[in-house]
Design a protein around this ligand. Sequence first.
Ligand SMILES: *Cc1c(COP(=O)(O)O)cnc(C)c1O
Length: 398
Amino acid sequence: MSMKQYLLTPGPTPVPDRVLLAMARPVLHHRMPAFSKIFNEVVDGLSWIYQTAGKPIILNGSGTVAMEAAVVNLMSKGDLALVAHSGKFGERWVELCKAYGVGVVEVKAPYGAAVDPAAVEKALADNPGVRAVFIQANESSTGVRQPYEAVAKLAHAQKDCLVVVDAVSALGAWDIKMDELGIDALITGSQKALMLPPGLAFIALSERAWARQPRSDLPKYYLNLATERKAQQNGETAWTPGVSLIIGLAEALAMLKEEGLAAIFARHDALARATRAAAVAAGLELYAPGAPSPTVTAIKAPRLADGTALDTDLLVKHLRSSYGVSIVGGQGSMKGQIFRVAHLGYYGPFDILTVVTALEMSLKDLGCKVELGVGTRAAEEILSAWRKQAKADAAPKK
Ligand SMILES: *Cc1c(COP(=O)(O)O)cnc(C)c1O
């Protein structure tokens, strides 16, 4: 297919040319000083993104591998975990814990809603044996921002209870201060806000979590974080790392530093607001209006002229086949019911305008009632106001 393609999904996300070119450099041997130098720089950069004094651990694999590492390094057989969830990624915590024989107390909310901290508080009071609370920062399957800050506080009020946050589609896109919030394990992956292809996962542990790690008796070898920590303190990894991805990460971190944390967070916030405003202006209904995510906007199935709902899988397919725009639909029971627009990682204002314009055209093509340009206009208003403010913020102070 010769049509120009736009990858605008919540992971993998677009990779900047600078990063692609860096990854085309010759592969280095991972036990040589040239690689160690890059590795150490990358770990420092990750500490900056994590807002921690600690050193995040780099693992090979997709984000789930770091989730698994959290379970097998922090829990023991027969331990009790509390999983606070309302989506497919939260359900992954439940499945992972059960796979290793860890007992699970579930605190659920309906899809499209955030978990209620009061319900977590009650479940912790009812289950004083809970050794860790697992939650997402961003529930990517529903576009919900979870209240991990409040949940972290509740976990810390318990005796010997850690808080583990899956921030795979959040870290590096909005402000998550690991140390200040007291998060004990914070997880992300390469293919989201960090602007890389899939293949690396990251996990940082607090001192309390490192103190717990040697006591954990769950089976582990490749994912033994103590082994990795020992190697990574010396600028190496225990096993062969994804060398080219790590070289790419050095470039991605350089780009993020040039932009600065505050500007990165403001950009994601503006893109999210523009997307939501565009959807509403175009007559669509948000799926998670109560706790909208700064990185993924979930939108309910549009209505056809006869009032019935349009299958969102058809909409997603039409965007791809007619306009070359790749977005995603709903997962599990949300399949066909919602679609999701990402604004995560290497995204700028014209990525949002591309999606919104293609969406309006597709709605018209497929027989929905829509006035072309109304969503685009709503997005433009927000995006131009954000650029104006960003330029003023970046101007040298007199
Ligand atoms: C992408 C993502 C993951 C990781 O999924 P992988 O396919 O293993 O990379 C985990 N949690 C959330 C919230 C995500 O968005």
